[in-house]
Design a protein around this ligand. Structure first.
Ligand SMILES: [Zn+2]
Length: 127
């Protein structure tokens, strides 16, 4: 049954191909990141990285804080669900919210926006 698991893994990777490729590109450009695990969650830690970003199966964070890693894993789960739609439904709105959110809705928490609230829920994060 190991072969089935491998095939499923490859299909899941292709299902998320656009964001996986951008994630790989990030890791190519970045230097000094280290690989870590939090339970079954694999992530990359880079001291100088601002906040966190999740591209497909690649989580890149500037902190090893459990809350942050679990939140980012929520984005991994979104990516697995949405496949090729992830960048449009989550990636782009989330990047815009991170950039402009404070100007658009200064009273709202960063985690109020649907992309973030949903990631929290999927990652089992309670704030
Ligand atoms: Zn997020």
């Amino acid at each position: 049954m190991k072969i089935m698991k491998t095939v499923a893994g490859i299909l899941l990777y292709i299902w998320q191909l656009p964001q996986n490729l951008v994630g790989l590109l990030f890791l190519l450009v970045l230097t000094g990141e280290t690989r870590h695990r939090l339970g079954s969650i694999r992530f990359y830690f880079l001291d100088s990285f601002p906040g966190g970003i999740t591209l497909g199966e690649y989580i890149i964070v500037g902190t090893r804080q459990q809350l942050t890693v679990r939140h980012e894993f929520g984005h991994v789960r979104q990516s697995r669900m949405l496949g090729w739609l992830y960048l449009i439904v989550i990636g782009l709105p989330s990047a815009l919210w991170a950039w402009l959110g404070e100007r658009i809705a200064p009273m709202k928490s960063y985690y109020w926006f649907y992309t973030e609230r949903w990631a929290d829920r999927l990652g089992g994060v309670e704030r």
